[in-house]
Design a protein around this ligand. Structure first.
Ligand SMILES: NC(=O)c1ccc[n+]([C@@H]2O[C@H](COP(=O)([O-])OP(=O)(O)OC[C@H]3O[C@@H](n4cnc5c(N)ncnc54)[C@H](O)[C@@H]3O)[C@@H](O)[C@H]2O)c1
Length: 357
């Protein structure tokens, strides 16, 4: 029996839009029927690589013309709810969009309410978890080889709105997606508040999970170096410690573990060419079968996003913040009102390129 082919529209034909669109185009389960960007030169060049689908600078017009099953949104984080609303109103079955899922908890919640009510599936691009080295660490932890997990941790030199939901998503995965009960955090440096991923220069905090596991997470200029990794954006380390050892992944530098069976390590690096095809394939599976929930589903992404926003509220309000969070004003705008104007203290010389004094 032939399998259905799902029609796809991609909006935002930049770096990530092209990763998505070319991967959909290469997969026989999908047909890229339309692409959208406000930059017409970029749009024409993308169309030539994608079998010349319908092009438009207006997402609403494109949705009306092409009636896709799947809407893929890969713009900067300032455009999320408005576009997803257009897609839901146009009757799509699945929205795949880039992290961070929103700029505030209020917006993330609006998105989730919209898609839940309409019965639309969502997937958020935390696709690093498809890396063989990420999977190996999960396998070791799940096997019990490090004993009872008591701590999960993650740090990255990239700043909060770029990297933190990646870290928390994988920490939650390594901790069996346990619920978070409270967080406490501190932040420093105003340099990135006006970035297109507005963030404090550095944020660090702890997460208390309901299963007793402690999460420790750090993002930005004060996060430690990962000297085993050369490429600045891949200087991230995520792992778990247990009663009998630890297992951790370096985003750009393989995995390593000490377990009750001895110490071990292996290769692997974050690679879009390897991670995107299975990430996209799992969308077809979920569209085929409601029970084949995508590993990067929006409900889990929302939990990670809520933890990150709780950390920002902890900086603003001081002290521990309980989850689930009540509604509140946009967290990063509130942070901008209180963050002192003191230069961030750097943890590695390379940060000077990204964090001018
Ligand atoms: N998951 C990952 O591994 C990963 C890696 C890098 C970036 N990202 C995320 O991907 C997102 C996009 O990043 P990027 O580097 O591809 O950005 P980019 O600037 O290369 O691309 C964004 C595109 O969106 C277009 N655009 C802007 N407004 C539009 C509108 N109203 N309608 C249609 N198109 C519009 C821009 O013209 C641009 O071509 C960000 O949220 C970023 O955090 C994720």
């Amino acid at each position: 029996m032939s399998q259905p082919v799902y029609k796809v529209v991609v909006v935002g034909m930049g770096k990530r839009g092209m990763h998505h669109a070319t991967t959909f185009h290469a997969n026989p389960r999908f047909e890229v029927v339309g692409i959208c960007d406000i930059d017409t030169a970029r749009l024409q060049s993308a169309a030539a690589q994608l079998g010349n689908p319908v092009t438009s600078t207006d997402a609403a017009e494109l949705l009306a013309k092409t009636k896709p099953d799947l809407f893929c949104l890969t713009t900067m984080p300032n455009i999320r709810y408005s576009m997803i609303k257009l897609a839901v109103e146009a009757g799509v079955k699945l929205v795949a969009y880039e992290k961070p899922m929103a700029l505030s908890l209020r917006e993330a919640r609006q998105i989730m309410e919209l898609v839940r009510q309409a019965g639309v599936k969502t997937v958020v691009s935390h696709q690093h978890r498809y890396g063989a080295h990420y999977q190996k660490v999960k396998e070791i932890i799940a096997s019990g080889a490090i004993g009872r997990v008591h701590t999960v941790y993650g740090h990255a030199t990239g700043w909060m709105l770029h990297m933190m939901t990646h870290l928390i998503d994988y920490m939650r995965w390594y901790n069996d997606n346990a619920e978070a009960e409270w967080v406490m955090a501190q932040a420093s440096g105003r340099g990135k508040l006006t970035d297109n991923h507005p963030s404090p220069d550095y944020i660090a905090g702890v997460i208390h999970f309901a299963n007793g596991v402690r999460g420790i997470v750090e993002c930005g200029a004060g996060a430690p170096d990962v000297p085993e990794v050369d490429y600045w954006w891949r200087k991230a380390r995520i792992g778990a410690q247990g009663t009998e050892g630890f297992a951790e992944v370096l985003t750009g530098g393989g995995w390593r573990a000490v377990t009750k069976n001895g110490s071990m390590q292996g290769p692997g690096t974050m690679d879009y060419n390897l991670d995107m095809p299975p990430y996209i394939e799992d969308m077809a599976r979920w569209l085929d079968d409601d029970s084949a929930v995508h590993p990067c589903n929006g409900e889990d992404a929302y939990k990670g996003f809520e933890i990150m926003m709780a950390m920002v509220r902890s900086v603003v309000e001081r002290g521990q913040v309980a989850l689930p969070l009540p509604d509140g004003p946009p967290e990063i705008e509130e942070l901008a009102k209180v963050l002192p104007d003191k230069p961030v203290l750097l943890s590695m010389p390379e940060n000077r390129k990204e964090y001018p004094a």
